[in-house]
Design a binder for this molecule. Structure first.
Ligand code: SF4
Length: 100
């Protein structure tokens, strides 16, 4: 049985940040430093699986399953409401301001 409850469990997910709304407080970096990093412009960006900072606005990166909870909490706590976690398969948002 799949015990992991909640949206996105067992599905490939990706995350992106809307930098236009980012306040630069760094909460996401505290939750999941493996996935998020503040750049020198003071805004948060996602990192690739190779730990490379993806500096294009709105870049996406896969959410490693062990980090799903931390990434989901980041999306919930983000003051800018600008962290979007979506299914890779159909791009439906599962955590973030557009999640149902
Ligand atoms: S939690 Fe949200 S607003 Fe804060 S730095 Fe991260 S993306 Fe930006």
């Amino acid at each position: 049985m799949q015990e992991e409850a909640g949206p996105g469990a067992g599905e490939a997910l990706e995350v992106w940040i809307d930098q236009d709304l980012c306040t630069g407080d760094g909460i996401c970096v505290q939750y999941a430093p493996e996935v998020f990093e503040l750049d020198i412009d003071g805004l948060a960006y996602v990192k690739s699986a190779d730990d490379e900072l993806l500096q294009q606005p709105g870049a996406t990166t896969p959410v490693p399953l062990p980090l799903l909870r931390d990434v989901a909490d980041s999306a919930k706590e983000c003051p800018g409401d600008c962290i979007h976690v979506r299914r890779v398969a159909d791009r439906v948002e599962v955590y973030g301001p557009e999640a149902s």
